[in-house]
Every structure is written in structure tokens, then in C-alpha cells.
Design a protein around this ligand. Sequence first.
Ligand SMILES: NC(=O)c1ccc[n+]([C@@H]2O[C@H](COP(=O)([O-])OP(=O)(O)OC[C@H]3O[C@@H](n4cnc5c(N)ncnc54)[C@H](OP(=O)(O)O)[C@@H]3O)[C@@H](O)[C@H]2O)c1
Length: 479
Amino acid sequence: MAAEKKAVFIIFGGSGDLAHRKLYPALYGLYKAGILKEHFAVIGTARRAWSDNYYRGTVVTSLLDIDDDQEKMQAFAKHFFYQSHDVTDSDHYIALKKLASKLDDQFETDQNRIYYMAIAPRFFGTVAEHINSEGLKTSGYNRLVIEKPFGRSYDSACELNGSLTKTFSENEIYRMDHYLGKQMVQQLTRIRLKNKTFEKSLNNKYVSNVQVTLSESLGVEDRGGYYETAGVLRDMIQNHIMQIIGAVAMDEPAKLDSESIHEVKREVFASLKDLTPDEVDKNFVRGQYGEDITGKQKAYRDEDNVDANSDIETFVAGKVEFDSERWGGVPFYVRSGKRMPAKSSRIDIVYNDAAEEIGIRPNTTVTILIEPEDGSYILVNGIDYLESNQDIIKFPEKEDYFDHAREAYESLMIDILDGNQIHFTMWDELQNAWKYVDIIRQKWDSETPDFPNYESNTMGPDAASELLEKDGNSWVWAD
Ligand SMILES: NC(=O)c1ccc[n+]([C@@H]2O[C@H](COP(=O)([O-])OP(=O)(O)OC[C@H]3O[C@@H](n4cnc5c(N)ncnc54)[C@H](OP(=O)(O)O)[C@@H]3O)[C@@H](O)[C@H]2O)c1
């Protein structure tokens, strides 16, 4: 049985969508596992005037999809308190401080605090600064959790980081990237360390190319307003895709701890091959979905809250390269888009003929499925590795790497309570990712694209396939 953790959570944006869809179910998962038990409290804050009881009712409602044990859900909800709070009003932090201190005493939480920003990004700096100026930090631990987007560009990310670090040190900041909470991404490093042939194979001697795809079948649905300010490059490539590439490309860490992993990740992001504006057109493709073939599914430009002439991209494919001894010359093809034929998150590692010298058969591709398959798994040449008779690359038995198939937010919440930053993004990694992506953004912002350029329910614009064909390669997942 896991040890009980003690903390007061202060959730800024406690009445919002993220809190109800992800955070409360994740905290409930921890409650059911006994990780949260007696010594925790949650303060939800937002401007609207809710009572504790009303708030608790919304918390229980958010759990109905995952449980029907009313007694347990009600007992869990008793740990929740609501504070009407405008994040721009200093006086409200004084009331918040009082409530948090009272709950520290009542629930004996050792004055541990987790501040969770489930609120619009423009408020992140304001909240952090008020936590400092109104003296909310305690003698227990104080951890700040911050959701994406972390800035809109390199400069704005630096500015945001500057405002957070006036109050919180780097080891108190947990930058969420929920892909780093997914089982298969988390297990990748462990699988690499356990499987020597696999680890030995990950370099430019044996790998022809690596492909990372995060595709969605849905369009923007009701999030057109948000999407108009983001686009796939900021929403998926700068954070999730870059972090997944980092997990594949990093060197073997000395140990499986946060410091060792971030040390090798830092190096890999620092070795991203410089991209010039002229290379953007050669190495990156952007797209925006039109209607589907039947005309039943709307084009992006016809979605609610989307400009009728919008230039926002809903698809990106690109070739990322590293200037390193290990990976020099190996293209990492990345791709993410909406309205593609299926939802899929996968990594495909394509081997070359030289890999035969370490026992990997010709034409081998190792595919790591991150989602949506339940629990995810590894394919060798498209077949579940357990049945593939692939006798050289041996992965650990499934039970070894899926001890607890937890939902991403649940697993990341445990890391936060443990003070473990292993699966969070550190500032230096983020900085280098932003520098890289900014070159693409600036080039694209200076030109008008010919949109829409792919039909809904297709694999994106033709140029995405041509990008690989130019190198004599092709997408492994090609529908
Ligand atoms: N939803 C997701 O799946 C998701 C996924 C990844 C990242 N995120 C990020 O998570 C954050 C929250 O997103 P969301 O979808 O949950 O948004 P949301 O549903 O609009 O919730 C925003 C929350 O902020 C509160 N709020 C707004 N202005 C406030 C103010 N001046 N003072 C205090 N509270 C204020 C709102 O309540 P009141 O109006 O009552 O004040 C509400 O509780 C954003 O940064 C978003 O980018 C969300």
C-alpha cells in the first residue's frame, strides 16, 4: 500500500473545465489508492460565488463517469473548500492564506502546499507574484504546477519564467506536459535501460529514421476560440512532440532519477540542429483541414469562433535533426494534425540494413504505441512483440512495465506529491524547444498560406508524404 501524502492543494480555476475533467478525477484516483487519505484538503478558487456545498456537488458530479460509490465520493468531497477569488485582487490572497492555514491545522498537512494553475495563461505571472507578495508560502514544501501553454514564443516564455522564478525556484516548478504522464512514454526510458540491444541500436549507425505522430480524428470542436490563438505548432509540436523526441534521442542516463534524466535531456535539446528560415520551407509542412469528401464535416474556417480567412494551421509535418555524434544524419520526422483518419500517438523507429550486425533483421520497424490502445504496447514490424518471434530485441514482459496503468494526470499528481520532477519539463529544455519552433513560427507568420490544403479524414497535405519521399523514406503509418 502506497504511503499517505499530506498537502493542501490550492487550485486557481477550481470551477473550470480542466479542474473538473482531469484534476478531480485524478485526485480521487489517489484517494482510492490511499495516497490521499486524511491529511489533505483542496481549495478551489474562481470568481463566481459558490458555497462549499455547491462546489462539493460539482466535484462529485465530475466523478460519476469513473465511480458509483456514493459514500466514498462524498467522503472525498468533504476535503474540498471553495474560496471566491479574483486573481488580480490582493485582498483575496489574504483570505486565501487564512483559509489555507486553517486547513493546514485541521488536516495536519505539515504546511505542504501545491498551487495549481488551472486558469488562463495570462494570469500565471500575476498569481505567482501575489503568492509571494501576500506571503502564502509556508515552511512546508511549496510546489507550483503550471499547465500549457508556457508562453506563445521564446520571448514570452522567458518573460513568464522570469515572473514565476521571483517566487518559485526551478525545483519548485512543475511544468505539466500530460504526454509525459502517459504510461508508454514514462516506460520508454526503463525499457531502454532494461533492453541492451534496443539501447545499443538507438543511433545513426543502425537507425534509418524515427517518426513521431500525434494525430486526432476530431476537429477543433468547441475550442475554435482557443485554437485561433494557438495552432498545432504551438499546441503540439513545441511541447509534446519535442518532449517525446527528447525521450527517444537522449543518451542513456546514469540513473533513473530526475537529475540524471534531465541532464541527458538538456544535452539532447542543446544539440538540435540549427534551422535557418530558408530551411523551414524545405523541412516543414503546414496544413489546414477543409470539408470531408461528403461535405458533412465542416472546414476549419467554418468552425465556430474561427475567422473565415484564418491562417491557423491544423496540421504540421516536419523533419527535425540533431547535431550530435549519436544522431547526426538521422531524420526525426514529426507529424501532428486534426481531422486525420484516426486518433493515434506513436513512435516508429525504422532500422537500416546495418542493424543486422547487432541481430536486428532487415526491414525492422519498432513501433511504440502511446495511445489510444489500452495500456499501449510495442509492435515489431506491425505485430505485437510478444507474438513476433523477434528474438533479438527482447522487451520486458508487459507486467514488468505496467505495474499500475494510471491515467496520465494521476501519475503526474503522484510525482508532484513525491517532489519528483522526472516527468516534467525543465526550463532549459523548454527554452531550446521554443528557440527552434520560433524560427518556424516567424517564417510562417511572414507568409500567407494557401489554405485549406487537406480534406478532412485524410493524412494531411500531399507535401507531408513528399517530405519523406525526397529522402527515400515513407511514413510507417500511412492509413
Ligand atoms: N481544459 C483542458 O483540457 C486543458 C488542457 C490543457 C491545458 N489547459 C489549460 O488549463 C487552463 C484552464 O483551462 P480550462 O479549460 O479549465 O478553462 P476554463 O474552463 O475557462 O476555466 C477557467 C477558470 O478560471 C477562472 N477564472 C477566470 N478568470 C478569473 C479571475 N480573474 N480570477 C479568478 N479565477 C478566474 C474561471 O472561473 P470564474 O469565471 O468563475 O472566475 C474558471 O474556474 C488554461 O491555461 C488552459 O490552457 C486546459
